[in-house]
Design a protein around this ligand. Structure first.
Ligand code: MTE
Ligand code: MO
Length: 230
């Protein structure tokens, strides 16, 4: 496909999605597939600098604009008993407590959260970059996708490249405070490179996979775009 046509499709996909929900998902899927450099090894991906999204000043945070968007129930998680499982196509499957997660490298960022339902909010998220967790588990060659299971039975899957992006966080802080339960405590995905529905709250399990099969995501399985890049 010509680059011009491709850019046209990409442009269509994001505006179309914002205006009409799942209406443009077919075109978006085509564009998404073309942008995924899936044939690279993890080590190459980790070394390759990915373009960061410009971050915003703290003064621009919009605490009232971030609407709670929870489609099922709000799970009650005991922080002392909580464990994050990382498994699948990895050499070192692991389980981490919150205290162990809090000791890992910390990053915070002020970015725009964009929900497909037509609202957006500037938020500060703080937490551990997902790439740190994935590196700890040591994915095998051919690991291209990552599945996220949440305590409310929400589920998602991402491409590995987006998971290794430096601004993809497993967040435990919002606007400089401990993450509220409604926003996904103790641990949620937060990234400026994907639409809101990709950013799972209450994540309990991260599973690395070589193939993208069924159960791609709670909204994706109802017709929404899988890549959902911003
Ligand atoms: N587990 C879980 N994660 C979820 C959702 C959900 O219902 N359950 N909603 C998604 C949607 S559509 C959006 S826009 C954001 C909203 O995050 P917030 O409620 O912290 O504003 O969470 C996403 N992650
Ligand atoms: Mo959303």
């Amino acid at each position: 496909m010509l680059r011009r046509q491709f850019l046209h499709l990409t442009g269509l996909s994001s505006t179309g999605l914002l205006l009409s929900g799942c209406g443009a998902s077919y075109l978006a899927d085509v564009a998404g597939t073309l942008t995924e450099p899936f044939n690279q090894k993890i080590e190459e991906l980790l070394l390759k600098p990915q373009t960061p999204v410009p971050e915003l000043p703290i003064s621009q945070i919009e605490p009232e604009q971030l609407l709670i968007n929870t489609f099922g129930f709000t799970p009650k998680i005991d922080p002392a008993k909580y464990r994050l499982t990382i498994d699948g196509e990895v050499n070192h499957p692991l389980q981490l407590s919150l205290d162990e997660i809090y000791k890992l490298p910390f990053r915070s960022m002020v970015i725009r959260h964009v929900c497909v339902e037509g609202w957006a909010a500037i938020v500060q998220w703080g937490g551990v970059p997902l790439r740190e967790l994935i590196q700890l588990a040591q994915p095998k060659d051919g690991a291209k996708y990552v599945y996220f299971q949440s305590a409310d039975r929400y589920y998602e899957s991402w491409d590995m490249t987006s998971c290794l992006h430096p601004q993809t966080l497993m967040a435990y802080q919002k606007n400089g405070e401990p993450l509220p339960i409604d926003n996904g405590a103790p641990l949620r995905l937060a990234a400026p490179i994907k639409l809101g529905y990709k950013q799972s709250k209450w994540v309990t399990r991260i599973t690395v996979k070589s193939q993208l099969l069924r159960n791609q995501g709670y909204w994706e399985d109802q017709g929404y775009e899988w890549f959902a890049g911003l």
